[in-house]
Design a protein around this ligand. Structure first.
Ligand SMILES: [Zn+2]
Length: 505
């Protein structure tokens, strides 16, 4: 509770803060959604930050950080939620211009491939559907040129601003600021990431080589990053994952859990094909729980199923948060928590029982191996990203970080990873740590559900009730609470190595 217990906010009245925070976040989420969905060309953030200037001031962030310091339990979680909101607001206001500029340049950039013109944001979809390795590599090179020349200068400026602001807020570094807000030992997580990489080196090389040969017609030694969309796309499995059955599969899954998607007025599905639409599926909780968009940009096949199920996990989580909770519990939900539900749902696409029951297909060994390969690739990629991002955000100069990025990612993926995306590939707030924790938590949650409700847990109303009870709490719980309540491991990445070994070993 802000402003109680003898501590007072100097800049904003707590009741005003709560009321305005909702409207502020709704305006930001709505603007980003309209741009990403391809509904409007411009991303106009600066007018929103100007209107809610009082919520995006460094002074408010300092106050709320001080208020959160030393608090424990539920009060600590609530206070940290508000502090994260204020930090995000101050960071967002200081870099709104950069975010607008990057969006504008990404939306406008066009790659030339002979006589063909490919919009920058359509490049990975084009690679996914391209059978020729050389053409995919050419698209990748053109894409990297755009990132390097048009985006990186803006991103470098934005990161310098954020790093300075973190120190201005009293933290030793951007990393220290977020480590404090997350209450996660990032060095321990990085050590676990190192152990995951060491333990899966051989397994990964074999699996990835086989996967790339089958999906992209080229072995690991000759492949490049431009071949990855082709691997994710998994065209060989198209017959098992037709576009026409994708939404029915989601409806059936939710129905089994006692959720009628068509009677959820607060969940709006957007699977339309639209020029300018972001290729990356997303969930936009514009009002929580009142209006949640689930947006996908289908290109066909199993990857669409993964994206739809993942975003549906987020959408059901946000749509299921109790309407009467204060704003910090409705809107300041920890990343690791919501990603846990998203991974729980997308994990069904590689669950033999779900494939048989919902898609009516017995599990196919090739598909299960390909899924495990893609997952292991992602886990290793994020393990490497964490190590890199901890260095990037620790307060030193940015010089040489492009090399560090390429080295970490190349070692983990065994591909010659281009350095050009050393800033384009970085999510704010060290979200990389949320993903890694969420993979371990979702793996534990799935095991818990199977144990309690059977392998077909997604057909059991009681499993749905358990999930709905968790969703109902919103930010009243976080990954650590979920782990404690259900006895799950939190952040032990060796779990992921074991999981990979069971399918690929
Ligand atoms: Zn997600």
């Amino acid at each position: 509770m802000v402003g109680r217990a003898g501590r007072r906010l100097t800049v904003v009245d707590p009741d005003d803060l709560r009321r305005d925070a909702d409207a502020f976040l709704e305006a930001l989420e709505d603007a980003r959604h309209r741009h990403d969905a391809g509904l409007v060309a411009d991303l106009a953030l600066e007018p929103i930050y100007a209107r809610y200037r009082h919520l995006a001031e460094a002074d408010l962030a300092r106050d709320l950080l001080a208020d959160a310091a030393g608090r424990h339990g539920d009060r600590g979680r609530d206070a940290r939620g508000l502090a994260r909101f204020a930090v995000d607001g101050a960071m967002g206001a200081a870099t709104a211009r950069h975010e607008e500029q990057v969006a504008e340049r990404e939306a406008g950039a066009v790659l030339r491939l002979g006589a063909e013109r490919i919009p920058f944001r359509a490049a990975t979809a084009r690679q996914a559907n391209e059978a020729d390795h050389a053409v995919r590599a050419e698209i990748e090179a053109a894409r990297m040129r755009v990132v390097d020349s048009d985006l990186t200068p803006v991103l470098a400026d934005a990161w310098a601003v954020r790093h300075d602001l973190a120190r201005d807020l009293g933290a030793a570094s951007y990393r220290a600021l977020h480590e404090d807000l997350m209450q996660v030992d990032l060095d321990a997580l990085a050590r676990s990431a190192g152990a995951l990489l060491d333990a899966t080196d051989d397994l990964y090389e074999r699996a990835m080589d086989r996967g790339l040969r089958a999906a992209a017609g080229i072995g690991l030694a000759g492949a490049g990053r431009g071949d990855l969309p082709r691997l994710m796309r998994g065209q060989a499995h198209d017959e098992a994952f037709p576009a026409s059955r994708m939404l029915p599969a989601l409806r059936r899954t939710l129905d089994g859990l006692g959720i009628d998607l068509d009677r959820q007025p607060n969940v709006v599905l957007d699977d339309a094909v639209r020029p300018g639409k972001s290729p990356r599926a997303y969930c936009a909780p514009v009002r929580v729980p009142g209006l949640v968009y689930l947006v996908i940009a289908p290109i066909g096949g199993v990857d669409d199923y993964r994206a739809l199920m993942h975003e549906a996990g987020h959408a059901e989580h946000f749509a299921g948060i109790a309407a009467g909770l204060p704003v910090e519990r409705r809107r300041m939900v920890e990343g690791a928590l919501t990603e846990t539900f998203a991974f729980l749902f997308d994990g069904l696409v590689s669950d033999p029982s779900w494939l048989g029951h919902v898609l009516g297909r017995p599990a196919d060994g090739d598909h299960l191996r390909d899924e495990a390969t893609v997952r292991l690739f992602m886990h290793r990629r994020y393990a490497a990203k964490l190590r890199y991002e901890l260095a990037l955000h620790s307060g030193g100069p940015l010089d040489g970080m492009d090399r560090r990025y390429a080295d970490e990612l190349s070692r983990a993926t065994r591909l010659e990873w281009p350095s050009a995306t050393w800033l384009h590939d970085v999510d704010e707030g060290l979200y990389v740590a949320d993903y890694l924790r969420a993979w371990t938590l979702s793996s534990g949650l799935a095991a818990h559900l199977r144990e309690r409700f059977g392998t077909r847990w997604y057909t059991r109303r009681q499993a749905g009730s358990l999930l709905r009870e968790l969703w109902h709490e919103g930010g009243g719980i976080d990954g650590a609470v979920l782990a404690a309540e259900l006895g799950l491991a939190d952040g032990d990445l060796m779990l992921l190595a074991e999981e990979a070994g069971r399918v690929l070993g």
